[in-house]
Write a protein that binds this ligand. Structure first.
Ligand code: ACO
Length: 331
């Protein structure tokens, strides 16, 4: 049976840097509050109308394909994870396909928010193991900035999120350097704890337009509740991946968690008794970029030579749904 490996990585973030001090000019907040609660110092927010979620994904994908040494026409399937698609429909996968100029391969959109990249990676791994495809492009891309409440009312959510895109080429291999396992979970009873509810098929846009006070088209997050669930689920799903391969926390060369909040990552590091060199974080620079955060962090870690051949790399995510998941990779 073929196995799958990450053959190429790339990421793209918009040029426009928004610091915590910049945010103090538009809402009642402070660098001290944001740094202490989230670890974030700055994020990228698109300030150019030409950039879209699919276009940023395309830029990241071009870098990942180039890094893999393959040609774009070697890609035989596309998986695009995002909670901020260009259109209500069609999905962003076909838009990326058009922009990349790839032939008529299948394109799938994944709607699993912060866990979207792990879900996409797991789908790619299964398709490759089944022999159905050989080279799958897995993309996570988000433009949050256009949909955030940037007034003081929305400050507990809007300071956290940033824009960006990351991509991986996942290819068939006979080598032992491969994705060892993936693990996926969800718990729909908490769907509304972190969500954008409207507009929707159950509440169409004309009803919102008629009610100036209805701001439920902005993201809602029950922050404390999300935090408490995230730390539990991250730990469970990391151990699930380690146990599957009879590994221990000391075997981890690098843990990359979805960059939700630096306090969550630090809590997990402490619970698992990991050293600083076993954990990679970059939320300080980019904020929480949801489906893009893991491929952006993985690419940065890889480009900084923090991952060597043979290393055990653990990826883990938790987010809206709730959904969570992990991937254990021998590099
Ligand atoms: N600047 C200044 N003050 C603020 C801000 C802000 N940006 N946001 C909220 N506050 C104030 C509140 O109004 C409140 O004031 P009050 O005490 O006078 O009422 C006070 O700060 C505390 O607010 P809380 O919401 O209770 O703050 P909390 O300590 O819970 O921190 C946070 C909020 C950072 C969102 C936290 O709940 C958290 O980390 N949640 C985890 C969820 C998370 O990380 N989500 C990321 C996206 S989801 C994902 O990817 C998993």
């Amino acid at each position: 049976m073929p196995k799958s490996t990450i053959k190429g990585l790339g990421f793209y973030v918009p040029d426009n840097i928004v610091t915590n001090d910049d945010l103090t000019k538009i809402m009642d907040t402070s660098d001290e509050w944001i740094t202490e609660r989230t670890g974030i110092k700055e994020r990228r927010w698109v300030n150019n109308d030409k950039l879209s979620t699919s276009l940023m994904g395309t830029y990241a994908a071009e870098k990942a394909i180039s890094d893999s040494g393959l040609d774009k026409n070697d890609i035989d399937f596309i998986i695009f994870s995002t909670l901020s698609p260009d259109y209500y429909f069609p999905g962003s996968g076909v838009l990326l396909q058009k922009k990349l100029g790839i032939k008529e391969v299948g394109a799938l959109d994944v709607r699993n928010q912060c866990s979207g990249f792990i879900y996409g990676l797991s789908i790619a791994d299964q398709y490759i193991k089944s022999g159905m495809y050989k080279n799958i492009l897995v993309v996570g891309s988000e433009i949050h900035s256009g949909g955030l409440d940037k007034s003081s009312r929305g400050r507990s959510v809007s300071v956290i999120f940033g824009d960006g895109a990351g991509a991986a080429v996942v290819s068939a291999t006979d080598s032992d350097s491969c994705i060892l396992s993936t693990h996926l979970h969800s718990e729909g009873k908490f769907a509304e704890e972190l969500a954008v509810i409207k507009p929707a098929t159950t509440f169409w846009i004309d009803k919102i337009v008629k009610n100036d006070d209805d701001k439920s088209y902005f993201p809602y997050m029950n922050g404390n509740f999300v935090f408490k669930n995230a730390v539990v689920r991250f730990e469970q799903v990391i151990f699930e991946a380690l146990n599957y391969s009879n590994l221990k926390t000391e075997d981890i060369n690098l843990l990359i968690t979805h960059q939700a909040n630096l306090r969550i990552s630090q809590y997990i590091q402490k619970r698992l008794k990991l050293t600083d060199s076993q954990v990679f974080n970059n939320i300080m620079k980019y904020g929480n970029t949801t489906a893009a955060s893991i491929p952006i962090a993985l690419t940065e870690a890889y480009q900084s030579n923090l991952i060597k051949k043979g290393d055990i790399v653990v990826l883990a995510a938790f987010g809206s749904g709730f959904t969570w998941g992990s991937a254990l990779i021998k590099w």
